[in-house]
Design a protein around this ligand. Structure first.
Ligand code: GLV
Ligand code: GLV
Length: 331
């Protein structure tokens, strides 16, 4: 029997692809940037398993043509680029990379928060421009976070680790979530409140929810108006969770003090006016972009493919219902 085939839609950092090559015939798409639809379809037609990125849209039409795939192993914890219901219907396993990027993403949220509070970007520009002429007690005054209140929207893995960091900074923690998180309540004194109460009371709001129909525009113009004028909004989750146009308006009107943003509603495009604002720090969706996390992500992607192609349950299977179908057909 020939080796099973794995198609990877772009070059990845880390050791995962080498691990796959030990067992399978692996092709890695050679283009820089997102793969074209045609090349993706061609690669998928050849393969038994796909490794996809969050820029690859896997919809029902794609799955209709590719129900021969055993697994689509997404190189991301978020999988809003994939139609999960359609994948299950077509008997295709979907996996993601939870756990291995948790600390990196939570650290990035803290970095954005610190950049805003300590005015790091403004201060850097000021210093480089040769404007530092004398020490001044009024110069570039920022915010101390000790004793302030942080509102954590979504306390899954990443939100929970963010709480740990915030607790170490002696911040008071409010959270909103569909679940009660007794562990963070006990460990960090976090208090569950509804989203409106969280927004009204918080000096920093950090978003850690997945993108779902129920979280799209969770933070819209109305919600932004509830926030304190001195508050910072931090988003390292998914862009469409925030109405970005409304955010630009709120920032322009100084309804909130600033924002630290890693993800955009219409990525890679930014909402008009966002990049002109001084009360923001903007990074290009790199919260999981550490050598450590991206390597672990590539290994986990490979382990998910290995398990699926060897007839085992992948360690991070998203659509567990799909196994019912596999049992019925005896595949
Ligand atoms: C990155 O955004 C991810 O979902 O892993
Ligand atoms: C994702 O890893 C999350 O649960 O926050």
């Amino acid at each position: 029997m020939g080796k099973m085939k794995v198609f990877v839609t772009r070059k990845l950092p880390g050791e995962g692809v080498d691990l796959l090559r030990k067992s399978f015939d692996v092709r890695v798409a050679a283009q820089t940037g997102p793969i074209s639809k045609t090349a993706l379809l061609k690669g998928a037609a050849w393969a038994d398993a796909l490794v996809t990125l969050l820029t690859d849209k896997i919809d029902n039409a794609f799955l209709d043509k590719n129900s021969h795939l055993r697994v689509i192993s997404n190189y991301a914890v978020g999988y809003d680029n994939i139609d999960i219901v359609a994948a299950t219907k077509h008997g295709v396993m979907i996996t993601n990379t939870p756990g291995v990027l948790t600390e990196s993403v939570a650290e990035h949220a803290i970095a954005l928060m610190m950049c805003m509070g300590k005015r790091v970007l403004e201060a850097d520009a000021f210093t480089r421009a040769g404007k530092y002429k004398y020490w001044d007690p009024m110069l570039l005054l920022g915010t101390e976070f000790d004793g302030k209140t942080v509102g954590v929207v979504g306390v899954g893995r990443i939100g929970s680790v963010f709480c740990k960091f915030a607790h170490a900074l002696n911040m008071k923690i409010l959270y909103s979530d569909v679940n009660v998180a007794s562990d963070i309540e006990q460990q960090y004194g976090a208090k569950k409140v509804d989203l409106d109460a969280l927004l009204r009371a918080s000096d920093v709001v950090s978003i850690h929810v997945p993108l779902l129909p129920s979280t799209r525009h969770l933070i819209d113009a109305v919600k932004l108006k509830l926030m304190k004028r001195t508050a910072f909004l931090i988003n390292t989750s998914r862009g469409p969770v925030v109405d970005e146009k409304a955010l630009v308006v709120a920032l322009k009107r100084k309804q909130i003090a600033g924002a630290g943003i890693d993800v955009y509603e219409f990525e890679p495009k930014l909402a008009q006016g966002l990049a002109k604002l001084h009360n923001v720090v903007l990074t290009p969706h790199i919260a999981s972009g550490t050598f450590e996390a991206r390597n672990e992500m590539s290994l986990l992607v490979a382990k998910n493919v290995l398990a699926a192609l060897n007839g085992q349950t992948p360690p991070s299977l998203v659509n567990k219902d799909v196994l019912e179908g596999w049992k019925k057909t005896g595949a």
